[in-house]
Every structure is written in structure tokens, then in C-alpha cells.
Design a protein around this ligand. Sequence first.
Ligand SMILES: Nc1ncnc2c1ncn2[C@@H]1O[C@H](COP(=O)(O)OP(=O)(O)OP(=O)(O)O)[C@@H](O)[C@H]1O
Ligand SMILES: [Mg+2]
Length: 394
Amino acid sequence: MPRILFFVGKGGVGKTTVSSATAWRCAQAGHRTLLMSLDAAHSLADAFDLDVALMDKNKGRPVSVADNLWIQEIDVQDAIKDNWDSIYNYITSLMQTTGLGEVVAEELAIFPGMEEVVGLLYINGYYQQNAYDVIILDCAPTGESLRFLSVPSTLDWYMRKVFKLERGLFKLARPLVKSLASDIPLPGDEIFASIERFFEKFKGVDEILRDPAVTTVRLVTNAEKMVVKESQRAFMYFSMFGLTVDAVVINRLLPDSVSDPYMQQWKNLQQAHSEEIISYFDPVPTFKLPLFQQEVVGLERLTELGGALYGESDPAKVLHETVPYKFSKTDDEAYVALRMPFVEIKNIGLYRDEEQLIVRVANFKRHITLPRAFKGLQPVRATYKDDYLQVHFE
Ligand SMILES: Nc1ncnc2c1ncn2[C@@H]1O[C@H](COP(=O)(O)OP(=O)(O)OP(=O)(O)O)[C@@H](O)[C@H]1O
Ligand SMILES: [Mg+2]
């Protein structure tokens, strides 16, 4: 069964470096490893000290860089053309009829969040085909990569609600639109079939991401106040969406050998924040990485960093497992328990929609499909204990 590892964290903390070192170590351990960049500002080629032209030549598909190691810097435009051709052509032609030039229409046909959608599409494909043993994702800085989390449930929602409905509506509206503006192209049946095929490619991805034996998230952080805060938020959102965080990596710690009084202040600060991080995320294991003497670029440096991080152990191993959520129903009570550390209960919104419980925190919504046994029950109150939000039903 393939393993999927996400590396996330605030901008500049070392996600690309740590994910690259992990991928390189996985490849050396004999796992067929794919390292994929989900950040539009790709830098994997830089971490491996490769010629960028090599990546461009392969149009966003995996490039073999060593034994057992491939890297892929996603090109959204190419991926959409490969996987979504007729829909893409339709949207482009629709935009052209409104007076936009071909190039502008092509650019606009890519909606925000497409990197994430395309990333999921690849992950699901590789997983289903068992194309790799380990798939490692170098994510965009947290603010953006969190968008990733809501993609599966949003797609599911579109499929169930909007798409089914729109299809009928389009059919009804067709004669009307035709008589008003004859030059607007209408989507034909082949477009709908293509949309259906597109959604088909996402089937099952949700379960893959939520299975802690398959997918885990590693949070990269620095021992600085602002970074720690953001890491906690990220941890909360990942948990809320049912993903398991199996390690926290504190990167760029000043080594003990530093004795300069000026730097000593920094060392003390880092020391304090490290302790804070360790106790915050406990029982999730924390790993410390020193600030190396130079930039971590090229295989030699990546080997060194990978060694410091994992020692002799297998980096692909699940380092910590928690239960993201559980359902319980007895004669006396029924509840759903969701692991959501670092959240304040007063910031949580709860709704029920047919077979789903919807949990909202700030801009994020998580849909949880309830078991059959919860049919007819309503959420009545929520309590918060030991990192778990318990939603009680009656
Ligand atoms: N432990 C370390 N010691 C020395 N240099 C490091 C260390 N970790 C990372 N670096 C260097 O810091 C720089 C930024 O690291 P990296 O690109 O991995 O961060 P990132 O989190 O991926 O950034 P972004 O959010 O921009 O994608 C790189 O030049 C990298 O070589
Ligand atoms: Mg990066």
C-alpha cells in the first residue's frame, strides 16, 4: 500500500528542503519515491541542484532524478489539458466569444485552487495504479495549502448538488439562450460526460487522505513565536479535516557550538520556543534540525539533513497515529468525536444537512457523513475535552 506524506508549514521554514531530504532518503531505502511540488513557485529542482530546463521539458510530469526517485513540479495548464480537455476547450471558447483573446481566455479558464485539484487528481491516480511506494508532497505555505483540505468535500458537493441540477437547468435553458444570443456555445452532452469522467477520477481520494495508515502530515516549523502560532492553526485545520499529523520538525536551530554572546540571545529564545512546541504537540513526536553551515542544496547536503532527521529509521514509517474521529451510539447517547486540538469551542459552528454534519471554523467547513444509525437525530450540544470536540445528538 503506498504511503503519502505531506510537508506543510509557514513560508520559508524549510518545507522544500525537508521534503526533498525525506524523498531522497526514501529512495535510498529502496522505496519507489515521487516528490511532487504543489507550490506554484516550484523549487524542487533548486533543492536537488538540477537544471530547471529539465523540468520544463517534461511539461509538469514526473522526471527521474536518481534511482527510485522522481520529482514532479505540477503545471496546472498542462495537467488540465491532459485530463480535462473538452471542458477546458469549452470554457476557453465561451470566454473567447465574450471578446477575450485566446491567450487571456486560456489563463482565465484556470480557476483559483486548481493546483490543489490537479494535485489530488495525480495523487489519486498514482495511488490507484500503485505507481509509487511513497508519494511526498511539498506544499505551498500554510495559508494556501490549507485550501487543499476543502477540495474533496467541495468537489463532492458540486457533484451531488450543483452538477446534477445544472445539467437539467442547462437543458431547459438551451432554447431560450439560443434565441437570445446565438453565438454563445452551449455545453453539449459530451461536455457533461467529460465532467462526469473528471469527477470520477477523484473517487476515493477522501478516504485515502483520511486513512492514517496511508496519509500523514509533517509540520515543519521554526522556533519563533509567529511560526509556532501558525503551526498550531495548521495542526488544528488538518485535524479538523481528518488528516493525521505524525511529526513536527523544528528546523534551523542554532547548534550548541555557537557561543557568541550576540547569538546566545537567539539560542535562548529558540530553546524556550522549542520546549513550548514539544509540549504543545505532545504526544506527536518532535524532531530537531540544526541550522547547517550552508544552504541545503544538492544530494550531499540533503543526505546530511536526512540523516540528522531520521537517523537509521525508515522515513516512510507512520511516526504517530491518532484517531481523527469516532462515532458512538448506545441506548443512552449518540455522539461524534472529532480530534480538533487548539480550537476554542466558542468559534465552532455546527449544522446538520441531510446525512451530513457540517462543522465550521472561520472560513473552513468540514462535511462529515454520518452513519445510518444517526438518521433522524439532531446535534443538540457540543463539549470539548482532551483535544476532542464531542457533538451530542438526540
Ligand atoms: N536546516 C537548515 N540549515 C541551513 N539552511 C537551511 C536549512 N533548512 C532550510 N535551509 C535553507 O533555507 C532556504 C529556505 O528553505 P526552503 O526553500 O526549504 O523553505 P520553504 O519552506 O520550502 O519555503 P517556501 O515557503 O518559500 O516554499 C533554502 O535556501 C534552504 O537551503
Ligand atoms: Mg518551498
